[in-house]
Design a protein around this ligand. Structure first.
Ligand SMILES: [Mg+2]
Length: 248
C-alpha cells in the first residue's frame, strides 16, 4: 500500500510569514521588526486558518507587532493582491521539488491541505496548485478546507499529516488514525506537552520530516508497523513494547 501523506501549506511548505512582513512594511513604513524576522517562519506562526472567505484578522506575522487595526488593514491589502498565494516563497528552498521527487520514487500519495482565505484573482485552489507546480510538484491534489483537520485526515484515509500548528496536530490525533508530525522550527523543548502526550512528535524542518518518513517507510525496517517505526523515530514512547517490557 502506498503511504498517503497530507501536507499543510502555510508554515510548512509556504513562507506566508515573510510575505506578510513584506506587505506590512510597505503599508506601515517605520514598523519595528523583531530579531529573526528575515528567517524562516517561527513556530506556530501566522496562519490564515479562518475558513475560505472568513476573517483571518487574528493572524499576523510573529516578527511584527501590529495592532488589531493594522492586522485588519494588512489582510484587507493582502486580499486585494492579485493571486497573492502565488507570490510566496518556499519555507525551505527546493523542498517542494524534493517532496515531489521523493513521492514519485517511493510511490507515496501526497495531498495538500489549506485553509487559506480567498484573494483577488483565481480561486485559492488554483493559485495554490499553480504555486506548487511552479516549484516542482506537477499534479498537486489540493483541498481548501475549513473543518477539523482530523476529520479531513480520516475522510481522506491519510497515514501521516504534516502541520505546523499544534492544534491541528491534536485534532488529527483525536479524530483520525493518521499520525501527526508537527513542524516546529523553534526550540524543541517548547513543543506543547499536550502534543507529546498524544504521541505527536516535532521536527524542526520539512527536510528532516522527509528524512524521517523515508527511514520509516523502509521495507527492510523489520516487522514493526510504520506507525511504530515513526513513533520510535520521533522519540515517542511505544506504550505496547514498554508495557511488554514491564511485564517481563
Ligand atoms: Mg500551517
Amino acid at each position: 500500500m502506498s503511504l498517503r501523506l497530507g501536507f499543510d501549506l502555510d508554515g510548512v511548505l509556504a513562507d506566508l510569514d515573510r510575505a506578510l512582513v513584506r506587505e506590512a512594511i510597505r503599508l506601515f513604513p517605520g514598523l519595528e521588526i523583531k530579531a529573526g524576522a528575515d528567517q524562516a517562519v517561527a513556530p506556530a506562526a501566522i496562519e490564515p486558518d479562518a475558513p475560505e472567505g472568513g476573517d483571518p484578522a487574528e493572524t499576523s506575522p510573529t516578527s511584527l507587532t501590529l495592532s488589531r487595526r493594522q492586522e485588519r488593514q494588512l489582510w484587507d491589502a493582502v486580499k486585494r493582491i492579485d493571486n497573492f498565494w502565488e507570490t510566496l516563497d518556499e519555507t525551505e528552498p527546493g523542498i517542494i521539488r524534493r517532496l515531489a521527487d521523493t513521492a514519485r520514487t517511493r510511490r507515496w500519495e501526497v495531498m495538500f491541505l489549506t485553509s487559506r482565505p480567498r484573494t483577488t484573482g483565481d480561486v485559492v485552489q488554483v493559485q495554490s496548485q499553480r504555486w506548487l507546480r511552479a516549484h516542482g510538484f506537477e499534479y498537486p491534489a489540493l483541498f481548501v478546507v475549513s473543518t477539523s483537520r482530523g476529520k479531513i485526515a480520516s475522510g481522506l484515509e491519510l497515514d501521516v499529516v504534516v502541520d505546523d500548528r499544534p492544534e491541528n496536530c491534536l485534532d488529527i490525533a483525536i479524530d483520525s488514525k493518521a499520525r501527526a508530525i508537527l513542524i516546529w522550527r523553534g526550540d524543541q523543548n517548547a513543543v506543547p506537552a499536550s502534543a507529546r502526550r498524544l504521541g505527536i512528535g516535532g521536527v524542526n524542518s520539512v527536510g528532516a520530516c522527509l528524512d524521517l518518513l523515508i527511514t520509516a517507510d523502509n521495507p527492510d525496517a523489520g516487522q514493526t508497523s510504520l506507525v511504530d517505526r515513526l513513533k520510535g523515530l520521533l522519540g515517542l514512547k511505544r506504550p505496547s513494547s514498554d508495557a511488554a517490557k514491564a511485564r517481563i
